[in-house]
Design a protein around this ligand. Structure first.
Ligand code: ARG
Length: 461
C-alpha cells in the first residue's frame, strides 16, 4: 500500500531501504499543515489554469474529507509511505483517484516540507509561549506570597549578600523572559514562505508566490530559492531558544535541589512531584527537578546535532536535512512536557522561614559596613581592608563581627559610632539596595509592576 514518486526510474528499491529512509514517523505531525498547503496550492494551480475548476472542487473536498478522517483517527499510514507528503497524496488518490496526482505540479517536497515545518512551528511557538505565561503566573504568585522573606544570595556557592526571596524569583523570571523575546523573533522568521522554491531553482510554473504567501498566512515569499531549500536557520534558531529555556530551567531546578536538601532546608517540595527510594524508606527525591536538569543536556545535544548536520552540506537539498525534525521534535517535546508540569509545581513549593533565617550569616553585612565607611569618606579599598581584618579577628575569636568587644571594633574601624554599628541588619542591608533592578522591597515591587505591564503586551501577542 504505497507508491513512490520516483518508481518509474527506480522500480526495484529495496523495501528495507524504503523503510529505513522513511520520515513518516516524524513528519506525520505535519498532517494538517500539509493538507492545508495542498488545498491552497491546488487553488493556485487552478488560478494559473493547470487544473480545472471541477478538478479543484474534487481535490478540495477530498482533502477536507481526509482531514476529517485523520481527526477521527481513521487514516491508515503505511511503513512504505516515504514521508507525510507521499502519504497524503496516496491517501487522497485512494479517495478521489488520479486527479490527486495533479497537485504536485510545480512544487517539490523540498520546499513543501519547510513550508509545513514553519507553519507547524508557529503553532508550537504559541503553545510554548502560553505555557511560559502560565509559569510566569505561578512565579508571580509565589513572589507575592513570600514577598519579603530575606535569604542569602550566593556567589561561588558561598553566601554573598542578603536579598529578598522575590528578588530570586524575578531573577529566574526575567531570565526566562529573555527567551520569550527570542521566541517571538523565531515566530516572525517563520513568516517567510518557502513554497515556490520547488526543488532548488524555483518553480517553472507561473505561480504567484505573494498570493500563496497571503493565503497560507505568511508575510512574503523568501528571496532566493536555493537559499530557501538549503537553509534550516529557523529550526536552528528555534532549537537555540529551546536550549536557552532548558538551561535556564535547569539552573532554576539546581537552585531548588540545593535549597531543598536537609542541609539547606529553605524549601519544601510538593510531595506529589517527588519520588521515593526502593530501599531507603525515608527518601523524598527531587526527580522532577533532576530530570529537568538532565534532559537539558539532550536539548543542548540536539542543537549541536543540527549545527553539525548543517556544517558540511553544500548549498542545495540533501537528505541529511530530513533529520532536522528528529532533533527539533525531541527538544520541543522535552521543553513542552516540562513547561506543562512546572507551573503547578512552582505554586506548591513552600518556604521554611526558620531554616532560611537560621542560615543567614552576620558576615553578609560586611559589605554594608564597608559601604558605610566609604560613604563617610574612607576610600573604598581602605574600608574593605579594615572590615576584612575585622572579619578575620572575629573568626580568630570564634564569634561573629557583631559579637566582638566594641573596643576591638573601634581599633579597626576607627571613628565608627557604636549606635551606627548596632544598626547594621539584614532589613537595612536589603533596603539599601534601592537601586533600579536591586533587591530592596520597592525595587523588587517595581520589577513586579514592570513585568505585569510587559505581560499585558505579551498576552496580546
Ligand atoms: N522527507 C524529506 C525531508 O523531510 C522531504 C523530501 C525530500 N526528499 C527528496 N528526495 N528530495 O526532508
Amino acid at each position: 500500500k504505497s507508491f513512490r514518486a520516483w518508481q518509474g526510474r527506480l522500480p526495484d528499491t529495496k523495501r528495507e531501504l524504503i523503510e529505513f529512509s522513511s520520515s513518516l514517523e516524524l513528519d506525520r505531525r505535519f498532517f494538517l499543515q500539509d493538507s492545508c498547503l495542498n488545498s491552497v496550492y491546488s487553488e493556485e494551480l487552478s488560478l494559473i489554469g493547470l487544473i480545472s475548476k471541477e478538478e479543484l472542487k474534487v481535490i478540495k473536498s477530498g482533502i477536507k474529507d481526509l482531514v476529517k478522517a485523520y481527526l477521527n483517527n481513521d487514516v491508515e499510514f503505511s511503513s512504505l509511505d516515504e514521508d507525510i507528503h507521499m502519504a497524503i497524496e496516496r491517501l487522497l488518490s485512494e479517495r478521489i483517484g488520479e486527479v490527486a496526482f495533479k497537485m504536485h505540479a510545480g512544487k517539490s517536497r523540498n520546499d513543501q516540507v519547510i513550508t509545513d515545518f514553519k507553519m507547524f512551528l508557529r503553532i508550537e511557538i504559541l503553545n510554548i509561549l502560553t505555557k511560559l505565561n502560565n509559569l510566569f503566573d505561578s512565579l508571580l504568585e509565589i513572589s507575592q506570597k513570600y514577598e519579603d522573606v530575606i535569604m542569602p544570595a550566593y556567589t561561588h556557592t558561598q553566601q554573598a549578600q542578603p536579598i529578598i526571596f522575590s528578588h530570586w524569583v524575578f531573577a529566574h523570571l526575567y531570565g526566562l523572559f529573555e527567551c520569550v523575546k527570542k521566541l517571538i523573533e523565531v515566530y516572525e522568521s517563520c513568516k517567510m514562505l518557502p513554497l515556490g522554491s520547488a526543488a532548488i531553482a524555483g518553480s517553472a510554473f507561473n505561480l504567484d508566490r505573494f498570493r500563496l504567501a497571503k493565503k497560507l498566512g505568511f508575510e512574503a515569499p523568501t528571496f532566493n530559492s536555493m537559499e530557501t531549500i538549503s537553509s534550516r536557520d529557523f529550526a536552528l534558531d528555534f532549537l537555540y531558544v529551546l536550549t536557552m529555556i532548558s538551561i535556564k530551567l535547569s539552573s532554576f531546578s539546581q537552585d531548588l535541589i540545593t535549597f531543598s536538601t536537609s542541609e539547606y532546608g529553605f524549601v519544601s517540595l510538593p510531595d506529589e512531584f517527588c519520588t521515593g527510594s526502593s530501599i531507603m524508606p525515608q527518601k523524598k527525591n527531587p526527580d522532577f527537578l533532576e530530570l529537568i536538569r538532565g534532559r537539558s543536556s539532550i536539548v543542548i545535544g540536539n542543537l549541536i546535532s543540527l549545527l553539525a548536520l548543517m556544517k558540511g552540506l553544500s548549498i542545495g537539498y540533501h537528505r541529511d536535512l530530513q533529520e532536522d525534525k528528529t532533533v527539533v521534535f525531541s527538544s520541543l517535546d522535552i521543553v513542552s512536557s516540562i513547561l506543562t508540569l512546572l507551573p503547578e509545581f512552582v505554586l506548591k513549593i513552600s518556604l521554611n522561614f526558620g531554616k532560611i533565617k537560621q542560615s543567614l550569616n552576620q558576615g553578609l553585612l560586611a559589605t554594608d559596613i564597608a559601604d558605610y565607611l566609604a560613604k563617610n569618606g574612607v576610600p573604598f579599598r581602605e574600608a574593605h581592608s579594615r572590615v576584612g581584618s575585622l572579619v578575620r579577628l572575629a573568626e580568630e575569636k570564634g564569634v561573629n563581627i557583631f559579637e566582638l568587644d566594641f573596643e576591638d571594633v573601634k581599633k579597626v574601624l576607627k571613628d565608627i559610632d557604636p549606635d551606627v554599628y548596632k544598626k547594621f541588619d539584614f532589613v537595612s542591608s536589603v533596603n539599601a539596595r534601592n537601586i533600579y533592578g536591586g533587591t530592596s522591597n520597592s525595587s523588587v515591587k517595581c520589577q513586579r509592576d514592570q513585568f505585569i505591564e510587559i505581560k499585558k503586551d505579551f498576552n496580546s501577542f
